[in-house]
Design a protein around this ligand. Structure first.
Ligand code: NDP
Length: 321
């Protein structure tokens, strides 16, 4: 495993990490979750990503249960939570958003579900138009000073709002955000590569990137239809299937153009897609999602494929995109 600093912080995260969205508490039960976390940890993964909203808190409960059962040393792994969407299906006004109240309540609930005394990383899962940025920054600052959160950050915030959070932190001597959690993959690159470019320099921002395989699209598994036992075949995720396969399957056409490049390198497309994410020096960690151990085993090989992505290969990929 390779370890990378989270931006300019001193925290070293494994370049490949593992997240619980969709899978934990829905596709994956306790024994499979235990096997997946153990496999990840044994391969050097030290960051496990979660959120209050993943399966209404069940993903955090399951992860906390399994990590406790495996007796992973608390100082050898990092765990995250994210606040915004709420952890109940029909949240009351105080049970979602980024108000000081919900940021506090959600942090305490995540600590309980994950069975830890502090969150290593805590993200504002989306911007909240109903809460002043200063209120959220102050709430995060307090949680860090109380020792309940170590590093706080944002997820899918526009660059200008992240700048505002830094300005508020600077002017008030609050602790500033350290990282952002954006989507980044071969099909979705502008925010990480263009919008955030000034933030890496100005604020030493780290990134923990999500959906590196575009929910599996970049494995090629959806090229000939939607398998029943796949994420996009799950009835609760019809919205995701429609979003990913919109515009007459334009994304799939791109996936088909990329496949011969991976063939030429002698590796599966998924491995090339993950290696491509790892190649970006602004990516602190690539959060893998895997519903089965064999997927995780395959995806862990991506680090070895990074050297295959020479300048020429990167140019060929750019041309295909
Ligand atoms: P991916 O894009 O890697 O998609 C993961 C899914 O793709 C798997 O669950 C599996 O689905 C399929 N897959 C993965 N590897 C393979 C393989 N080798 N062969 C075939 N199929 C494969 O990642 P996620 O979308 O899961 O995102 C990763 C993590 O990022 C999440 O778990 C979560 O922690 C975080 N995240 C954060 C968000 C945010 O807003 N901050 C939003 C979304 C995710 P299946 O077996 O079901 O077909």
């Amino acid at each position: 495993m390779e370890y990378r600093r989270l931006g300019t912080t001193g925290l070293k995260l494994s370049a490949l990490s593992y997240g619980a969205w969709v899978t934990f508490g829905r596709q994956v039960g306790r024994s499979a979750a235990r096997e997946l976390i153990a496999l990840a940890y044994d391969h050097g993964i030290n960051f496990f990503d979660n959120a209050e909203t993943y399966n209404a808190g069940d993903a955090e409960r399951l992860m906390g249960d399994v990590i406790a059962d495996l007796r992973l040393p608390r100082d050898a792994y990092c765990v995250s939570s994210k606040v915004y969407f709420g952890a109940v299906t029909d949240p009351k006004p105080t049970q979602r958003g980024l108000s000081r109240k919900h940021v506090f309540d959600a942090a305490h609930q995540a600590l309980e579900r994950l069975r830890v005394d502090y969150l290593d990383l805590y993200f504002c899962h989306r911007p909240d138009p109903d809460t002043p940025v200063a209120e959220t920054v102050m709430a995060m600052d307090l949680l860090v000073r109380q020792g309940k959160v170590l590093y706080w950050g944002t997820s899918e915030w526009p660059a200008e709002l992240i700048e505002e959070a830094h300005r508020v932190a600077r002017e008030n001597h609050f602790i500033a955000p350290s990282m952002e959690q954006p989507q980044y993959n071969l099909l979705h690159r502008d925010r990480v590569e263009k919008d955030y470019a000034p933030l890496y320099r100005a604020h030493g921002m780290g990134t923990t990137i999500w959906s590196p395989l575009a929910s599996g699209l970049l494995t090629g598994k959806y090229n000939d239809g939607v398998p029943d036992d796949s994420r996009l075949g799950h009835p609760d995720y019809a919205w995701l299937r429609d979003a990913l396969l919109e515009n007459d399957g334009a994304a799939l056409k791109t996936v088909r153009k990329l496949a011969p490049i991976a063939d030429g390198l002698g590796i599966p497309l998924a491995r090339m897609a993950l290696a491509w994410c790892l190649k970006n020096p602004h990516v602190s960690t690539v959060i893998l999602g895997a519903s089965k151990p064999r997927q995780l085993e395959e995806n862990l090989k991506a680090l070895d494929a990074v050297p295959l992505l020479t300048d020429d290969v990167m140019a060929t990929i750019d041309a295909a995109l």
